[in-house]
Design a protein around this ligand. Structure first.
Ligand code: 0O3
Ligand code: SF4
Length: 334
């Protein structure tokens, strides 16, 4: 081992504005309406968040038809296809939409280009909830492109009327490679009106890129089904870190990972409460990595207003809707 033991701690890491809004939406719904509150799919892709909300009375279901008639259902941060809103209406459910506004932005782009009769090439992971939701906006116009190697399979009606859009949580580098190959095949392809890979995904990857080469090991806190968290491990390895692991909890860290390691990088995905990162730092401190140095790639201050249904109800009960209120409410998950 060379040099003293230390930790490089990425910033930004953890909760993005869309996750904060979605988690607080479920917390507020529980508080305002009382349990049970049904949530369609995992509100965000994090084991700890889901388990904590479950203990407080949230019931997670896979499909809308599992929700009893007349109950309240929250749609997850990843967004839903219009058909899901329809189903909820048919079942007489009160729906609260916790879709991140930056995902909704991509839905709107899809609708706009579909109305203009474009072929839309949606770069994203087939089967991921966000991709299912976005493609459900205009299924007849959208083709999913599952990364660079999928480009050769793409067929379009008119190569002059093609646009690419993307899932919000992809690898920036890999997506640029997919776009480069798409542009080789369809030189007239249009770019999205603004970046679809969101600020939070980009910033978390940027921080990892900045520190990867200085780290012998990268520990990313996040769940296996969290696209943006999985990408952080990949980025660490691509940018020169020798080893990288994704863990939900500190107790998943294997002591042998630290053998011969002087610098450990630590970060977390956009759906990860900060307390889980604290546990990892505590574990590392117990193993001699007490020196923690932040690596700050960007400052973030974005906050989204809660969904209308929640704001209306808070207002009706004279509880207001300040950002402060939201963060106070979710302290235990942060
Ligand atoms: O989309 P991803 O699997 O990364 O989802 P997470 O882990 O829940 O993170 C929040 C991202 C999101 C809701 C869609 O952009
Ligand atoms: Fe929204 Fe980006 Fe967070 Fe997804 S990762 S919930 S798009 S802010």
């Amino acid at each position: 081992m060379t040099g003293a033991k230390k930790v490089l701690l990425a910033a930004p890491r953890g909760y993005c504005a869309g996750v904060d809004r979605a988690v607080v939406t479920v917390e507020k719904a529980l508080e305002l309406y009382g349990p049970p509150i049904y949530v369609r799919k995992q509100i965000v892709h994090n084991k700890h968040v889901v388990a904590t909300l479950e203990r407080r009375g949230a019931i997670f279901v896979e499909e809308t038809d599992e929700v009893p008639e007349g109950a309240t259902v929250v749609f997850s941060a990843h967004g839903v296809a219009p058909v899901v809103h329809e189903e909820a209406k048919q079942l007489n459910l009160t729906s609260i939409d916790a879709t991140c506004p930056l995902v909704t932005k991509v839905h709107r782009e899809a609708v706009r280009f579909a109305n203009a009769d474009f072929d839309i090439l949606l770069i994203g992971h087939e089967g991921h909830e966000e991709v299912v939701g976005t493609s459900g906006e205009a299924p007849e116009h959208i083709t999913i492109v599952n990364g660079p190697d999928d480009v050769d399979n793409v067929q379009v009606r008119d190569p002059e009327k093609v646009v690419w859009l993307s899932q919000t949580t992809l690898s920036v580098d890999e997506t640029m490679e997919t776009v480069r190959r798409l542009r080789n095949r369809f030189p007239a392809i249009q770019d999205p009106p603004s970046d679809d890979i969101c600020y939070a995904t980009q910033n978390r990857q940027l921080a990892v890129r900045q520190m990867a080469a200085q780290c012998d090991l990268m520990i990313v806190v996040g769940s296996q089904n969290s696209s943006n968290s999985v990408r952080l491990v990949e980025v660490a390895l691509e940018y020169g870190c020798a080893a990288g692991y994704l863990v939900d909890y500190a107790d998943e860290i294997d002591d042998s990972w630290l053998s011969g390691v002087s610098t450990v990088g630590v970060t977390s995905g956009a759906s990860v409460p900060e307390l889980l990162v604290r546990d990892v730092l505590d574990y590392l401190a117990r193993h001699g990595y007490e020196d923690v140095e932040p690596v700050v790639a960007a400052e973030e201050s974005l906050l989204f207003a809660l969904p209308n249904e929640i704001r209306r109800e808070l207002k009706r009960r004279g509880k207001g809707d300040s950002a402060k209120l939201r963060h106070d409410a979710s302290t235990h998950l942060h």
